[in-house]
Ligand binder design. Sequence first.
Ligand SMILES: O=C(O)CCC(=O)C(=O)O
Length: 341
Amino acid sequence: MDLAIFKDRAKIKARRIFNWARNISDVRYINAPRHIKLHRFLGNNNLLSRAHRAKLVEKIATSLPAEVQKKEREHYAQLLEACPTTLAVDPQMGAARLDIQDQLAPACIADTHARIEHFIAGASMQMNAKPYLAETSSLKDYAPDNPCFQLATAPYILGAVARYIGSCPVLWNITAMYSPPPASNTNSLKGSQLWHIDREDITTLKLWLLCSEITPANGPTIILPTRYSDQVAEKLGPASSEKVRDEALFEPFRPHFLSLTGKSGDMFLTDTARCYHHGSRMQAGIERRVLMIHYTTRHSTYLVPGNKRAHDRLHAQTRQAWDTLPQSTQAVLRVYGHQTD
Ligand SMILES: O=C(O)CCC(=O)C(=O)O
């Protein structure tokens, strides 16, 4: 086993943030064909049942060379140490309303509104293809001194995310999300307006910051907590990773729905890979604006070796200025081996 890759990495004056995409491609160089084959298989078959995907991810994790697994455990332990937190997401719930108002929230909200205004004015592109839910920015648009990036890398949040997913998280995306007023009330529901679980991972966390008051009329994200979502997934079996049109399946659980409503500045963490959810079911004339920060595991199908989208997005951080990061964030990133001197 060639461990030179780790030594080499220590030499790189990396300004890369959360560069686990590189970590994935390192695996290619240390010759782990079984790992790569399994990961690619998962990437090409995300409509497998949830249970089947979970088994595959377990195989992928254990197919990594022992040295890599050891390195990952070390990174994880270091990260936990660097990121003490009192914040926790109960795995039985898979979602939590955060009982805090972060001091960065006002600046993050202003940043998000500015990006959405820019988008509405036709001055920026939509990052996804949903008419009912526009992602108006992505990770590469956020410099490390941007308040949204600082929120995404705040140690108390990273600590909670890492503890929940059980490994070092990958910061996959930051996006200003805009759900426009629907063209009419007769539009039938599609895509993520239908109940679904995110199938690119078997556990993931999304941090939501409400950027204005969100009521049921604004089409909030609605979450079915893990323990009930697991029951639905079991019932759906082979179809558990597909969009669900049968609303009746969810009715018995209505008292347990977590609705991401509240006032501007409220925050939530949700595991959208374990919890069925939907959103953007707007009432006529009403819009929704939120900031969403997405953390995945390194087994996300977004990070399949050779995925150019992952490469471009995560490597875009390379040119960002280290010195602008707050010391607490630098401490965390050092732990990842991204800044070594
Ligand atoms: O809140 C929404 O509109 C849906 C969001 C969603 O499905 C997701 O982020 O996975």
